[in-house]
Design a binder for this molecule. Structure first.
Ligand SMILES: NC(=O)C1=CN([C@@H]2O[C@H](COP(=O)(O)OP(=O)(O)OC[C@H]3O[C@@H](n4cnc5c(N)ncnc54)[C@H](OP(=O)(O)O)[C@@H]3O)[C@@H](O)[C@H]2O)C=CC1
Ligand SMILES: N[C@@H](CC=O)C(=O)O
Length: 811
């Protein structure tokens, strides 16, 4: 024999009653079933409203009751139930109306009347549903729970389990295939109706399962079991296949509202398995709650959270070493019926903090103030401090016990995502790790822990992109092409949340704009506003967020501090920040470190070549960079190669511009400024403190060519200086040399200038837009370490940026 309990949502209308009947039919021939039903969804609340209206002498209660009655009759009619059920139902509503009229006249509600009215929903639903099952040909007997389930009064209403179990013996003598019991209701010592409280119908089912020694209790609800986290907050949450009673109670206590923990006690004591099933998806496995659940692949069984929590702190130097403070504190809270959901005390004994519900805040302050009035007056104890807008998160799993590293992992992933933990506690049985965080962060917290502990199908990477020109456009194209591969192979889901250029910006509502960013930016955008962009990104507070700077804009580089303060990582190909004043470069790096996020700029030098990462890796492993010689301008190298091949200088410059090798402002390349910035970045990464003024710098072209405003001005001026460049051709031929624009650093001296190289020089043959970076180090002394390859162009640069994004988010 097994017990099936159907909640209000499962029997909220005739359609659902039919579903429930189908579920009962599945095992009808195989085993006897005890079915417990709640009132039709929402009816108990409506009945309670009617009582309150009546006691306020508000005639509206009649209307409300009429609507409840109509709902029941609609179900009776739709199910074509016999006239006697209509009659029984009508009679019950007359009784309720009579009770409510009494309340209306007396303006008073006795507990007895309240119970009788509120328990009527289950009496009605069980009457209707048992008739329906019989009509469907099922041998169904309707029992009145009040005849069996007995309560006794104490401080509240308690189950008299001895008497209840004795009464239930009688059920075994009755011939039935389905026994139907109304949930929630019971009777007291004098036979008066009593109610089993919150989660009452689950409790009825659990009491019956224990008393009738059933093999299993099935709780049918509107979700497919207990989930690894609330699916409304964590889209990747999955039903938990099996869990222990303790885990179920712990998760339910901390907000997973599938069951009400005390209702499990009778089944727990009798080792009866509980299965949570979904009435609306009956073939799904659901969750089995059992004493010895099989281990899941994750050591954590589930996560849950409760909002509207306050952190209430009592502190003061007068508390140290004096016994009795804690006892007075907790007694005072208990006497005022203030539920404490978390307790922490620092070992210095200077403070004690508890988590309480927001609704208890005022009462707690008043009660504790009055309890410690004298100590507060004598400055031994401070005024109670309360912090609002917090939530409690619980990480639950029996297997966490005695497994080192779990809390370390939880807290480090939160640290990486910039979440500040306000208080924490871990039960001695290590069944749960509980902590308080700002409510603003809860969704992020649940998601990052979920991603780290459960076999998540994927990790979401939230991208905010500034700059969608030559390189930015290519990056978005690459990401679109690699979307499926990264999702399937690396479990990374790239989500573009927002995009801006200097004119327009678009913030996705909830969609991923990777596919149609161009159209969105064209058709649905708003006027670009960088501050607003960063503000909205901060407000979205999404985990694994990355701000990608693919502009050449100084104003964008100026928002980095703000971005990092929002615990969002930065990937930049914009070189301005890393080559700005040394102190600013350090400040940005320090902010990233402080907020546990990344600032990555591999594409600043050599585009997609692994230059910065190589320097970092040498330094980390104990090497020292002693000298740098480099051709780090793809465009200048390309221009010189084209020039050597016979093109005029200006033609070569135009080609470099057309092919996207130059900066948005090509003067930055031709002046040597781009190379200077790169040398600063390389030497800084190599551990040297260098400023722009410390670099000897000769522009590649005459200064007079650099005075114009626009690219067209530059072209015009270069044409005017054609003779100057043609003279190079003559010198190169005569001396059998080539000109290369070289950045070098040695003995603390940095230089950027056009140099002559002979055919035996490693920089003589550098093809196309290639870069060569030659690093002389302690370990690479005789033969420098050489990194060589394409150093400009949208593709290689986009691949360098993409690489940084993947490195950050794969951590
Ligand atoms: N090209 C290459 O080979 C390499 C380039 N880089 C770096 O890549 C960056 C981009 O280069 P590239 O794509 O060629 O340049 P583009 O001119 O093609 O694109 C620049 C983008 O930045 C946008 N932008 C400019 N100012 C702002 C602002 N204040 N706020 C928001 N968006 C802004 C532009 O918008 P709008 O269109 O409205 O002006 C445009 O979308 C540069 O920093 C460059 O140094 C690095 C390595 C190699
Ligand atoms: N304009 C730059 C592009 C890469 O930084 C160059 O020419 O190298």
């Amino acid at each position: 024999m097994k017990v099936l309990k159907f909640g209000g949502s499962s029997v909220s209308n005739s359609e659902n009653c039919k579903r429930v009947q189908e579920i009962i039919k599945r095992d009808y021939a195989n085993c006897k079933q005890v079915v417990v039903v709640s009132a039709f969804g929402g009816v108990t609340d409506e009945l309670e409203r009617c009582i309150n209206l009546a006691s306020d002498r508000n005639k509206e209660y009649e209307n409300s009751l009429f609507k409840v009655k109509e709902r029941h009759f609609q179900v009776i009619n739709e199910l074509n139930l016999p006239a006697e059920i209509e009659f029984g139902t009508s009679k019950k509503f007359d009784e309720i109306a009579e009770l409510l009229q009494g309340v209306y006249l007396l303006e008073e509600i006795s507990q007895k009347v309240k119970n009788s009215v509120m328990g009527s929903g289950e009496i009605l639903s069980s009457l209707i549903f048992s008739a329906y099952l019989n009509q469907c040909g099922m041998n169904t007997v309707l029992f009145d729970s009040r005849d069996f389930i007995k309560t006794q009064n104490g401080k509240g209403v308690f189950l008299n389990s001895e008497q209840t179990n004795k009464n239930l013996e009688a059920v075994k003598n009755v011939e039935f295939q389905v026994a139907l019991f109304p949930g929630f209701i019971a009777s007291g010592q004098k036979g008066e109706m009593t109610l089993l409280g919150r989660g009452g119908s689950d409790y009825t089912a659990s009491i019956l399962a224990a008393g009738l020694k059933c093999s299993e209790l099935e709780i049918w609800t509107d979700v497919s079991g207990m989930f690894t986290a609330d699916p409304r907050l964590v889209s990747q949450a999955q039903p938990i296949e099996q869990m222990s009673f303790q885990e179920a109670m712990e998760l339910s206590h901390f907000g997973a509202k599938v069951i009400y923990p005390p209702t499990l006690i009778p089944v727990l004591q009798n080792k009866i398995n509980v299965r949570i099933k979904n009435t609306f998806a009956p073939d799904e496995k659901g969750t089995l709650i059992t004493s010895a659940p099989k281990s899941e692949r994750s050591i954590v069984r589930g996560l849950s959270s409760i909002n509207n929590i306050n952190l209430f702190t009592l502190s003061g130097s007068g508390m140290v070493g004096i016994s009795g403070f804690a006892s007075r504190f907790f007694t005072c809270l208990a006497q005022n019926k203030i539920n404490v959901v978390l307790i922490t005390q620092a070992s210095s004994e200077q403070s004690m903090s508890v988590g309480i519900n927001e609704g208890d805040r005022a009462l707690a302050i008043e009660a504790v103030r009055s309890e410690f009035e004298m100590e507060i007056r004598m400055n031994l104890v401070n005024e109670p401090a309360v912090e609002q807008d917090l939530s409690i998160v619980a990480v639950v799993g029996e297997d966490m016990g005695y497994t080192p590293g779990i809390s370390g992992k939880v807290f480090s992933v939160l640290g990486r995502n910039g979440v500040n933990i306000r208080a924490m506690a871990q039960g001695g049985n290590e069944l749960n790790i509980t902590f308080m965080v700002p409510t603003f962060d809860v969704k992020k917290v649940l998601n990052v822990i979920h991603e780290d502990f459960f076999i998540s199908t994927h990790k979401k990477v939230n991208l905010y992109i500034a700059g969608v020109g030559n390189v930015g456009g290519k990056l978005l194209e690459f990401m679109k092409n690699q979307y499926d591969y990264l999702l399937e192979e690396k479990g990374l889901q790239l989500i573009v949340r927002a995009v801006t250029n200097s004119r327009k910006m678009y913030f996705a509502k909830d969609e991923n704009m990777l596919q149609d960013w161009k159209q969105k930016l064209e058709e649905e955008s708003e006027v670009a506003n960088l501050q607003e962009f960063v503000k909205r990104m901060d407000q979205a507070n999404l985990r694994n967020s990355v701000f990608v700077d693919i502009t050449a804009s100084e104003s964008v580089s100026k928002v980095y501090q703000q971005v990092l303060n929002s615990t969002v990582s930065i990937v930049a190909c914009n070189k301005i920040a890393a080559s700005s004043e040394f102190d600013n470069y350090l400040r940005i790096k320090a902010a990233a470190k402080k907020h546990n996020v990344e600032f990555m700029f591999e594409s600043n030098v050599g585009a997609g070549l692994p230059v910065i990462s190589t320097i970092n890796s040498l330094i980390h492993t104990g090497d020292k960079i002693v000298g740098i010689d480099a051709v780090v301008s793809g465009s200048l190298n390309f221009i010189m190669n084209e020039f050597n091949n016979g093109k005029s200088f200006v033609e070569a410059v135009k080609m470099a511009m057309e092919q996207g090798f130059t900066e948005p402002d090509p003067k930055i390349d031709l002046s040597g400024m781009d190379v200077l910035r790169k040398l600063l970045i390389l030497s800084r990464e190599a551990g040297y403190k260098l400023e722009v003024k410390d670099v000897e710098h000769e522009p590649m072209i005459p200064l007079s060519c650099l005075n114009g405003e626009t690219a067209a001005d530059l072209i015009r001026d270069l044409e005017a200086h054609n003779d100057h460049f043609e003279a190079w051709r003559t010198v190169m031929a005569e001396k059998n040399i080539r000109y290369r624009y070289i950045a070098s650093f040695a003995d603390g001296k940095a230089n950027v200038s056009l140099k002559e190289v002979t055919p035996d020089h490693p920089f003589y043959d550098i093809h196309g837009k290639d870069n060569v970076i030659s690093l002389k180090t302690k370990w690479y002394n005789d033969q420098p370490l050489i990194i060589k390859g394409a150093g400009a162009g949208a593709e290689v640069t986009a691949s360098g940026i993409f690489g940084d994004i993947i490195r950050i988010t794969s951590n």
